[in-house]
Design a protein around this ligand. Sequence first.
Ligand code: ASP
Length: 325
Amino acid sequence: MRLAIMIGALLMTAPAHATDWKLVIHGGAGVIERSALTPDKEKEIRAGLDRALAAGSAVLARGGAAVDAVDAAVRVLEDDPNFNAGRGAVFTLDGKNELDAAIMDGRTRAAGAVAGVTRTKNPIGLARKVMEASSHVMLSGAGADAFSREQKLEQVDPSYFSTDYRRKQLETFKTTKVTALDLEYRYGTVGAVALDTAGHVAAATSTGGMTGKRWNRIGDAPVVGAGTYADDRACAVSATGSGEMFIRVGVAHEICARVRMLGEDAGTAADTVMKEVAAIDGSGGVIVVTPKGEMAYSFNSAGMYRGKADASGRKVAIFGDEERR
Ligand code: ASP
């Protein structure tokens, strides 16, 4: 009898759906080969990925919301000049940085996105404000910049985003015959997906887009359903790669639709949809978590900056011959 009372008390104090938390991040996909990275650069990039995992894990480990965790992880990568998001973003053809970002909360499918913003230090924070403080899902250009000021988000001079490395990439881009879709010239987009202890998922993605982009080109990252999607009934996805093809395939929503309607596991759904991307000459990768606790990577590029964390620890990988799942 006493035991029954004790068990009853324990059950009452446990959260309704206590789940093991999970976090997966990416820092972009592309032709990332060992020969192209100096040992110091590789160390810096691995450390950056680990810092992002640590920031998101800290939120999840104290019982915080998935949406706060993906926000925290992406911010770290936006601030890190080694990644194509926030500081360190690639340049447009006329030498500017135009940033895209999106965030989505799987609890309600609330979403916020911005495209072509130029002065917000952390574009993911602006996407979040669109989700939480406006009645819209997507804002762009000067209007989004104005909304950011109204919301009193931290503003920076556009030169803050600029790095010598990305400027040189633009120069090479202009003097050679590569296209904006060439993998070498854009990798570094960042993203995170998380499952929190209450069983909710969220996704966030942030990018400078592609070197040499023009005409206010917008990629897949801020397009809900293409580069970013989260739905508690299925999964959360963040993508990186040749954005045009990811938009055409509707990658992130398509993966979640397969999980929800066909009952596929995250890895199978992601691989199947990445094959569709490859079939139209797209390349890149995705990260996925499901409310069941599955974590998956899938990429058809040579490498993808990536990392995973849960209560058992944190792991990062870069090259194609490291952990692929
Ligand atoms: N998907 C991004 C875009 O098309 C670029 C990337 O992930 O490398 O803007």
